[in-house]
Write a protein that binds this ligand. Structure first.
Ligand code: MN
Length: 356
């Protein structure tokens, strides 16, 4: 057994010539946990939801209990953790799966309650917190109205959607009122991971790879690609999406996606894959921002900057799921120009989330 000495402990991040704005940070109102408890008690509970929130809400492990305590705090505990690792501001979203696992009526009303709670916390700590608007895709008309209310009444300038909604994807035109609202109000949608849908999870869960380790990235990357190939950005050219975890690996896939998308369209192999105006990678460059949530890894960040441009790659921590002081220090120490590092940590987030 090794002992931890003072030398082994990472030092606290010091002041930097930029603000550190973390852009994929999570919260959960206690009232949502109560709703989740009722859903988890049902006999036909979704296996992904059971595996994710069922675990965090019932596990006696120190990690799970700590995460639940942090998730439900929008005040001193969160601020203390931000201070300890040098985070100036958090952009906060309702944690996955948010309201998307609820029945339609509950989802619509709870999204409003969650947004009111978050707006109140932002009013109390306006220099530390920024809020994202949670919506219920189960009711696209209500979701569009909530985006309008979030922007015009609550002062929020971004939307969070936790990937699929009970197995359904935003590539389905029935959801496109949500895209229309986001585009017309000029607010980006953060497409955050969700646990895998029931028809996808088995081979991942059987070997423990369904969660943040791999499955989340596969499923959210798939979702983003479905949105691209369905022609959403031809219909809504000014729409902007944000995806985390280094763009769920899509920048790394860009070449093959472009080649095979063209080949597949030309072969007329799938009714569902129709021509779109640009290459998949063009939409990645023009309609997506990505964050490095969960990936404090300089080579991946620089590669993504080289594909999407330095204005489209943002810093995120993924608090409280990946609360690592040493990662903040590693990001501070990246070999990168002072100008690009300030974009990464601060000014890109200020532009994307309209932070004054
Ligand atoms: Mn996250």
């Amino acid at each position: 057994m090794s002992t931890v000495t003072a030398e082994d402990k990472p030092s606290r991040p010091g002041r930097a010539p930029y603000l550190r704005i973390a852009t994929e940070e999570a919260f959960a109102p206690p009232e949502m946990i109560d709703i989740y408890r009722k859903i988890l008690a049902k006999s036909d509970v979704d296996p992904g939801f059971k595996g994710l929130m069922g675990f965090y809400m019932s596990s006696p492990s120190a990690r799970a209990r700590h995460i639940m305590r942090c998730l439900t705090d929008l005040d001193q505990l969160r601020l203390q953790h931000m201070d300890e690792c040098g985070i100036d501001m958090q952009v906060i979203a309702l944690t996955a799966p948010g309201v998307q696992v609820m029945d339609k009526a509950t989802a619509v009303s709870f999204s409003q309650l969650a947004n009111d709670q978050l707006a109140e916390a932002v009013r109390k700590h306006p220099t530390r917190f920024v809020g994202m608007i949670a919506v219920a895709p189960q009711d696209p008309t209500a979701a569009a109205k909530e985006i309008e209310r979030g922007v015009t009444r609550l002062g929020m300038n971004s939307v969070v959607i936790n990937s699929h909604t009970q197995g359904e994807y935003l590539s389905d035109p029935k959801f496109w009122d949500i895209f229309a609202a986001a585009e017309s109000h000029n607010v980006p949608i953060y497409l955050h991971p969700n646990s895998l849908p029931a028809n996808m999870i088995q081979p991942f869960q059987a070997c423990g790879l369904d969660g943040a380790i791999y499955g989340f990235g596969v499923e959210t990357g798939l979702h983003a690609l479905r949105i691209i190939t369905a022609g959403v950005f031809d219909r809504f050219p000014r729409l902007q999406l944000i995806i985390g975890h280094m763009g769920e690996a899509l920048p790394f896939w860009a070449y093959r996606l472009d080649y095979m998308h063209r080949a597949t369209v030309l072969s007329q192999r799938y009714e569902s894959m129709k021509p779109i105006k640009k290459k998949p990678s063009d939409y990645l460059r023009e309609n997506f921002f990505i964050t490095n949530s969960g990936v404090a890894w300089e080579p991946a960040i620089k590669f993504s900057q080289s594909i999407l441009g330095v204005d489209r790659v943002l810093y995120a921590m993924d608090y409280p799921y990946q609360y690592q002081v040493d990662e903040v220090i590693a990001m501070d120490n990246m070999a990168m120009s002072a100008q690009d590092k300030k974009k990464f940590f601060q000014t890109n987030a200020q532009a994307v989330f309209k932070i004054a």
